[in-house]
Design a protein around this ligand. Structure first.
Ligand code: CTP
Ligand code: K
Ligand code: MG
Length: 181
């Protein structure tokens, strides 16, 4: 498989997992998921994980998957190779897994004494991949096997941190995010 083809498939397949984090930033605010509760001295999740952000993030990922699925035939045709159409379960695994990964990362950040917004290199950039891919594999193994070949997974692991750093830097410069990570 040509490298550009692999990169295009990886990017396209991951879009429903990339968008929820950014949508959550835009939709943020409202009640924190942990309801302000602490575990020991520290918040369980913190004020950065809200119901509204999570719901809007998942909704944005699902909506994008639906749009990409409608566009898929023409895009595949134009590219000369196939990009994935999303099954509802694959879309749910990608969007829901991305939000769940982000929430679990905040849980780990709080347990390790990091305040809301603190940086956790590595985890910040890959938390949503680590949860969304296994969740997709669990929910729709046939779709996962068809699209997430070893090459695609390797590209995802390399490409995701680069895209994450870039989009968060842009969101920070635009004043949408408090920190550039
Ligand atoms: N956000 C949200 N709900 C989520 C994820 C994000 O409301 N499930 C919003 C919050 O307003 C959050 C912002 O998006 O402050 C940025 O997200 P993120 O960087 O993940 O949160 P942080 O504020 O940095 O908190 P943490 O240290 O827990 O990651
Ligand atoms: K995060
Ligand atoms: Mg943050």
């Amino acid at each position: 498989m040509a490298i550009l083809e692999t990169v295009a498939i990886a990017f396209w397949a991951m879009l429903p997992a990339y968008v929820p984090n950014n949508a959550a930033v835009l939709a943020g605010g409202s009640r924190p998921i942990d309801g302000g509760r602490t575990w020991g001295e520290k918040r369980v999740l913190g004020d950065g994980k809200t119901w509204r952000g999570t719901a809007m993030g998942i909704a944005a990922g699902l909506a994008l998957a639906a749009v990409l699925t409608v566009l898929e035939p023409s895009v595949s045709d134009a590219l000369g190779f196939a990009v994935p159409a999303f099954t509802p379960l694959a879309a749910l695994g990608l969007a829901g897994g991305a939000m769940l990964g982000d929430i679990l990362a905040s849980f780990l950040k709080r347990r390790t004494g990091r305040q809301r917004g603190a940086m956790f290199p590595g985890l910040d950039q890959l938390d949503f991949v680590v949860v969304s891919l296994p969740l997709v594999a669990l929910l729709d193994v046939e779709w996962f096997r068809e699209w997430f070949t070893l090459e695609v997974i390797l590209v995802v692991v390399v490409l995701t941190p680069v895209l994450h750093v870039t989009t968060n830097m842009i969101a920070y410069k635009l004043g949408l995010k408090n920190e550039p990570w």
